[in-house]
Design a protein around this ligand. Structure first.
Ligand SMILES: [Zn+2]
Length: 534
């Protein structure tokens, strides 16, 4: 920001420049578009080049803009127009996060004034006729229809206004990550789009939105930069099951796309719903009939037992992960690459989901005791959510600070940086090898209660048995005692015990003996369940 022009201005001229930029920008910051108060924020205002000097921007008032100093410092692109576009995206992301949701193409279409019309068309022989009448353009255009040689799917290519595009969250449940900024930068630098997004239409009623199910990041980046229409390859009446399977395979067996685990689970859930429907059709049942068991499904789809089982479990996992009341979700990093959140989705799968979801198929009807509110899969799902909420309230909420994050915490401790005890405790308790061990006590607490009451051991179906209040109370007390152990905030242990990644057994030994396998004393005494819930 070393501007010769600015450095030569007198104080008075500088104030005048600020006034005129402020007026030209309607009193708003160029990046975040929120008001700038020239009195209150007098000392925290920046003047910067819209187009940076190093890429040919002019050192001249026409290329200058007024910003909050903090916005300018934290901007995500050196070009201020791009920085503003990314700031809008961040804003959208934050608004959606408050609703436990995250941005997808659909949200960006709406933000850009699109996603609001369906396309009227006719299909005669191998020709598609259509017009953009909703936009006041009544020209009837025609396009050739092609047939995909191997799949037999019919499709056409078209350049379509964003008003007719829609996001298909069913086939493509992924959201848009912060890596969108790189794509925005690419397109801003006038690099063309290499792959065309894919969509589909239904020919029923001769009207359909263009449901885009692939290429949403590229589409989104261009829309953010102001593109008003995009080229799309559009399938006509494709079999959705085939598209979902293709999309799932792209992320799993084919490894074409770096799919997040949580997204795979979501797709598994979608496939489960499809199989339920197929089973109903094959056995002549009504649309909402669930009076058959998970076992019946396995028996029906011969040769697909492993897949069906995976889809069933995926649907339970997705039920827990996407429950809007789940308070632990905002502490889980869904893509597994970030450093904002203490838990990764993969850790949640290896602990919560692997310990507490019954891993075999049920013989009872899928809607068994649904009306009484005692359906086993539903009880399981809601109790896992309740446990996650209890843990969130005991150890995370108002304690772990996202803006501090998890990046190199132990390193920073060694260098003398300090963290709040709540933050450090939540971070350490979230390490996979540690939560893997303490979370198992939650199961033990519930199980012991059932046995002490003279009930049969629920074993693997533990979470399908409704816990009475004393179980929750004991869990709450355990979490309190666990959090109070000094080890979680002992900074001297950052080099040894918390220094590198340990295996699960390392912490099992510490919990069971108070010492590391090498004999170093970490806890005053071994963890005793009875003491912990006193
Ligand atoms: Zn600002």
């Amino acid at each position: 920001m070393s501007s010769l022009f600015l450095s030569r201005l007198s104080d008075e001229d500088r104030q005048q420049l600020i006034q005129s930029l402020h007026l030209a920008q309607k009193c708003n910051c160029f990046i975040c578009e929120q008001p700038i108060d020239l009195v209150v924020q007098k000392n925290v205002i920046d003047i910067d080049h819209v187009v940076p000097l190093k890429v040919g921007g002019k050192d001249d008032p026409v290329n200058l803009a007024l910003t909050h100093a903090s916005c300018n410092r934290s901007k995500q692109a050196s070009n201020l127009e791009v920085a503003r576009i990314l700031s809008r995206f961040l804003q959208l992301k934050e608004n959606l996060a408050a609703k436990n949701s995250s941005p997808n193409l659909g949200h960006l279409l709406v933000q850009a004034g699109g996603g609001n019309h369906s396309l009227g068309f006719s299909l005669i022989d191998n020709t598609l006729s259509y017009s953009f009448s909703e936009l006041g353009d009544n020209t009837v255009r025609t396009l050739p229809i092609y047939v995909d040689e191997l799949s037999g799917f019919r499709y056409f290519f078209a350049k379509l206004p964003i008003q007719y595009l829609a996001h298909d969250a069913h086939i493509n449940p992924r959201s848009i990550g912060s890596n969108i900024s790189k794509l925005v930068d690419e397109f801003f630098n006038k690099r063309p789009q290499l792959h065309v997004p894919l969509g589909w239409i239904s020919s029923k009623d001769n009207r359909s939105a263009i449901h885009v199910f692939d290429g949403q990041h590229k589409a989104a980046a261009q829309i953010m930069l102001g593109a008003k229409s995009l080229p799309v390859r559009v399938f006509i009446d494709p079999d959705p099951d085939t598209l979902i399977t293709t999309n799932t395979n792209a992320g799993t067996t084919l490894k074409q796309v770096a799919f997040d685990k949580s997204v795979q689970r979501h797709l598994g859930n979608t496939l489960y719903q499809e199989r339920l429907q197929r089973y109903r059709i094959a056995t002549g049942r009504k649309d909402d009939d669930l009076n058959f068991s998970e076992r019946d499904l396995i028996n029906h789809f011969k040769g697909q037992a492993r897949e069906i089982k995976r889809y069933i479990l995926d649907s339970v996992r997705t039920g827990v992960t996407s429950d809007p009341d789940n308070k632990l979700i905002s502490f889980i990093d869904m893509s597994g690459r970030g450093t904002d959140h203490p838990l990764s989705y993969s850790t949640v799968e290896k602990t919560f989901y692997s310990f507490f979801i019954y891993q075999e198929v049920l013989e009872t009807p899928i809607d068994y005791q649904m009306e009484e509110g005692e359906n086993p899969r539903e009880v399981e799902r809601s109790q896992i959510v309740a446990l996650m909420n209890l843990i969130a309230e005991s150890l995370y909420i108002d304690k772990f600070d996202d803006s501090v994050g998890t990046d190199k915490i132990e390193n920073k401790l060694r260098k003398g940086e300090t963290f709040s005890h709540g933050h450090l405790r939540a971070y350490r308790l979230s390490k996979e090898e540690i939560i893997y061990n303490w979370l198992q006590y939650m199961g033990q607490i519930a199980r012991q209660y059932f046995i002490m009451q003279g009930n049969p051991d629920p074993k693997d179906k533990l979470f399908q048995c409704r816990f009475p209040e004393p179980v929750w109370e004991n869990m709450r007390r355990f979490l309190k005692s666990l959090g109070e152990l000094p080890v979680w905030v002992n900074t001297e242990l950052s080099e040894s015990v918390f220094g590198g990644k340990q295996n699960n057994n390392f912490w099992k030994t510490i919990f069971e003996t108070g010492k590391t396998p090498q004999g170093m004393q970490v806890l005053v005494k071994p963890i005793n369940l009875i003491d912990m819930i006193k």
